[in-house]
Design a protein around this ligand. Structure first.
Ligand code: GCU
Length: 328
């Protein structure tokens, strides 16, 4: 081989090696979610992304796509299942139709307070639920506090009787549908992105969510009464496609898990601060009336759901596990 040819071969293989190692040096993971950039979950995912970059020395870069740019929560879940999308933030309600075990989180009044809710999310039961969906095409990495959900509408809902004849938007979750039915309203499942217009045009008469819906999603412009019956505490969930997960080396999987768990803790204080601010803003700048309600009639109306869940083989184990974590 002539000198020139040898040099050329060496140069070529250098180029090849460096481009291969360069290509494998960075893995970019895309996350889809349906909130805006100012929402606490977006901020907590940004925190997670920074940690992942740090723990992998820049090998894994996470790019977050907010505002449903990559599709609704449902569409994102479907993309995760076939590996066309790497990660998504969804909500335990929406996920119930993909993986029934998430239904345990959706039972009204199952958590006695925020501490109980956190114990559940951080328990072995919570972990088991996150892992349970591997065969469905995705797994959960962590939960994000989604606060407690209450009804909002153009009138106060002081008791279940006030829901009579009202079309209430719910997430596409069988448990949420049943809850509103038992309370006396007409449940209307809709994608979150369609809700503002649906409220504005009277397609639905009300909805239910945490206070950030009033401000970040501007629902307080079209629903002036937020009645705090606090019927559910349904977490958001950070998910990764099983196909994508399987391709990641062990050290990157560990970095992702660690960063995700840390972002859940980061989110805890941020959530408390930002939901308080949302309530104040809704009240003071948007003219939303925050209504205190007597919760017992709401609790009584949905009591059969908890009893039924204990007999449902798909979720009984998780419900018993959550109940055992309540303070006696
Ligand atoms: C919460 C949650 C969203 C969800 C929404 C809904 O805001 O964070 O993930 O889409 O509720 O009611 O659909």
């Amino acid at each position: 081989m002539s000198w020139n040819k040898t040099v050329l071969n060496t140069l070529l293989s250098c180029v090849l090696v460096s481009s291969t190692s360069f290509a494998s040096a960075t893995t970019t993971l895309k996350i889809s979610h349906n909130q805006d950039r100012n929402h606490p979950v977006h901020k907590s995912m940004k925190y997670m992304a920074e940690k992942v970059k740090e723990y992998t020395d820049g090998e894994v870069v996470i790019r977050i796509y907010p505002d449903g740019q990559l599709g609704t929560q449902r569409e994102s879940m479907e993309l995760l299942q076939n590996g066309a999308l790497d990660m998504a933030k969804s909500n335990a309600s929406e996920m119930e139709s993909f993986e029934p075990s998430y239904g345990a989180f959706n039972i009204p009044y199952i958590f006695h307070d925020r501490d109980h809710f956190y114990r559940a999310m951080q328990s072995d039961v919570g972990e088991k639920i996150l892992a349970s969906s591997y065969d469905k095409g995705f797994i959960g990495l962590t939960y994000y506090d989604g606060g407690s959900r209450s009804f909002y509408a153009q009138k106060a809902i002081n008791s279940p009787a006030d829901l009579k004849g009202m079309k209430i938007r719910v997430q596409p979750s069988p448990t949420a549908v049943e809850m509103v039915k038992l309370m006396g309203g007409s449940p209307t499942p809709l994608a979150y992105g369609e809700l503002y217009t649906a409220l504005q045009q009277g397609v639905v008469d009300g909805a239910e969510n945490n206070p950030t819906a009033l401000t970040n999603n501007r629902h307080g412009e079209v629903a002036k009464f937020y009645s705090q019956d606090e019927h559910t505490m349904v977490p958001d969930v950070l998910l990764i496609s099983s196909k994508v997960w399987d391709k990641l080396p062990k050290n990157q999987q560990e970095a992702l898990r660690k960063a995700a768990k840390e972002s859940m803790i980061y989110h805890k204080d941020l959530w408390a601060k930002m939901t308080n601010e949302a309530l104040k803003k809704a009240q003071n700048s948007m003219g939303v009336k925050i209504v205190q309600v007597e919760k017992q009639p709401f609790i009584d109306a949905v009591k059969p759901m908890h009893d039924k869940a204990l007999k449902n083989p798909e979720i009984a184990e998780y419900v018993i596990g959550f109940d055992a974590l309540a303070e006696k």
